[in-house]
Design a protein around this ligand. Structure first.
Ligand code: BES
Ligand code: MN
Ligand code: ZN
Length: 496
């Protein structure tokens, strides 16, 4: 899909459709829309007064052969109440418009922004919305759908006087959304097409393509480093584990400057191990590498955007299988840090692989940490598929991260991590146990387990178990992997 900034007047651009948006306010037909309405003999005003055009968020009004426009269709998208509108809503509006028009066979359209949204932030949001909405996966269908393809989108109405600020916003928007789509492609892959070794090979290829440093730790190196928690999980599978390490170094790094560590859970399939999961929905556990894919996507975007901070990604990758050598409930494993873990439930494997991932990231010199993981079913109970559960210490560090989530329009909610929950992972026989002893608070005890390895290093933990994959599509987003958290992490890295 081509995306270009257009300086020609919108009314004389040839296209299959022209898209713009309008608000649920007293005066729906104002500004730009008033101009379009004038060319159309007041027909928009008639729609508005007739009650057919309310401005409700993502309401779609399609008009064929609009008078006064060279485009063949006019699509008006509801933008909701004007006082609730934010620039990041443009992502949904542009994305929903793309999916609506794509399903109708449109090949080329114009996105006309409104007065007040003419700058780089708006342009970036629109491009992100378009590119992410264009994502779909039909890799394993042998009969492909008829060619429904958006070939080109022209961006109109933006402030051309902003010059290179505007073009770099368009470039950044594309990079970020393509990096989300890169992660989404990985998350979609079935586990027989994406073992830990295959994931490592794909990460390595991506790193070389975009100019990141890369090192893949194999099972020998992992044993040498005494990553006992990761090995404990991996030993139930015939597929050997890998640890993927990617490095981004800015030009002229300052000595003593912060180093951001991104640790992602990449369990390429989670059967639960000996504490095996029920068959129902188990196929979805191919997406248990979503945290690792998130960090690969973030690193890809960082490689292009070149923020002034060093970033290291550490991605422990393994299967969780109930093979003959599998770890068993009651086993005690010695993590890389030296801490001992009593394995109460082999299905609480994500925190174990992250324990060694976090420890290794610290060993590599990371001064600040973010981890992302499809860690607990409990986070779905707490937040459904709306918010990512965000944990972290110290609180100021978490708050700074949450500012990034707001800036990029990703919903995340701060979760508590009070000392009372620490009691629940005490073990009779080892330093900690891998599940909570109490009832409830499952996402929080999991986070506490990770904190035992992050210790005093500023750390944010994102539980994306319920947000990394959606079972039903949204107007602006296909069903399946969402690519959530990448935008926030990239924004945060650029501000650290
Ligand atoms: N990968 C799962 C968490 C998960 C559940 C991700 C649903 C996506 C959708 C994780 O490894 C797991 O099994 N967690 C257990 C922990 C429990 C045994 C303490 C859970 O949440 O049930
Ligand atoms: Mn599990
Ligand atoms: Zn898991």
């Amino acid at each position: 899909m081509q995306i270009q900034l257009e300086s020609q007047p919108y009314s004389s651009i040839q296209a299959d459709a022209l898209v713009t948006y309008f608000f649920d306010g007293d005066n729906k037909i104002d500004g730009l829309l008033a101009d379009i309405n004038r060319g159309m003999d007041d027909r928009l005003a008639a729609l508005a007064s007739g009650g057919e055009m309310t401005g409700k968020q993502l309401e779609m009004i399609l008009i064929h052969f609009p008078e006064g426009l060279d485009a063949k269709r006019l699509l008006l998208v509801g933008a909701g109440k004007p006082n609730k509108f934010a620039t990041s809503d443009l992502r949904k509006i542009a994305g929903a418009a793309l999916r609506y028009l794509k399903s109708r066979g449109v090949k080329k359209f114009i996105f006309l922004t409104r007065e007040g949204e003419r700058g780089p932030a708006a342009a970036q949001a629109v491009v992100e919305g378009l590119v992410a909405a264009d994502f779909e996966s039909n890799k394993y269908h042998t009969e492909k759908k008829p060619d429904r393809e958006i070939q080109s989108v022209s961006l109109a109405g933006f402030d051309a006087g902003l010059g290179s600020d505007l073009t770099s916003a368009v470039d950044n928007g594309r990079v970020i959304a393509e990096s989300q789509n890169f992660a989404r492609d990985l998350i979609n892959e079935p586990s027989n097409h994406l073992t830990p070794r295959m994931l490592a090979a794909k990460a390595e290829a991506m790193a070389k393509e975009v100019g990141l440093g890369v090192e893949i730790l194999d099972e020998r190196k992992i044993a040498e480093l005494k990553m006992g928690a990761l090995i404990g999980v991996a030993q139930g599978s015939v597929e050997p584990p890998r640890v993927i390490v990617l490095r981004y170094t800015p030009e002229n790094p300052r000595p003593g400057a912060p180093v951001l560590g991104l640790v992602g859970k990449a369990v390429t399939f989670d059967t639960g191990g000996i504490s095996i999961k029920p068959a129902n929905n188990m196929e979805k556990m191919k997406y248990d590498m979503g945290g690792g894919a998130t960090m690969l996507g973030a690193m890809r975007a960082i490689a292009f955007m070149k923020p002034p901070v060093s970033v290291i990604a550490v991605i422990p990758a393994t299967e969780n299988m109930p093979g003959g050598r599998a770890q068993k409930p009651g086993d005690v494993q010695v993590a890389m840090s030296g801490k001992t873990i009593e394995v109460i439930n082999t299905d609480a494997e994500g925190r174990m692989v992250l324990a060694d991932g976090i420890c290794y990231a610290r060993k590599l010199g990371c001064t600040h940490l973010i981890d992302a993981a499809t860690l607990t079913g409990a986070i779905e109970v707490a937040l459904a598929n709306v918010h990512v559960g965000a944990f972290g210490t110290p609180r100021e560090y978490l708050d700074k991260f949450l500012e990034s989530t707001k800036a990029v329009g990703e919903k995340m909610w701060p979760m508590p991590i009070d000392d009372e929950y620490r009691e629940m992972i005490k073990s009779d026989i080892a330093d900690i146990r891998n599940t909570g002893s109490g009832k409830g608070g499952g996402a929080i005890t999991a986070a506490w387990f990770l904190k035992e390895f992050a210790e005093d290093v500023p750390w944010v933990h994102l539980d994306i178990a319920s947000t990394c994959w959606i079972d039903e599509g949204r107007p602006w987003q296909a069903k399946g992997p969402t690519g959530v958290a990448i935008r926030s992490i990239v924004d945060f890295a650029s501000k650290l």
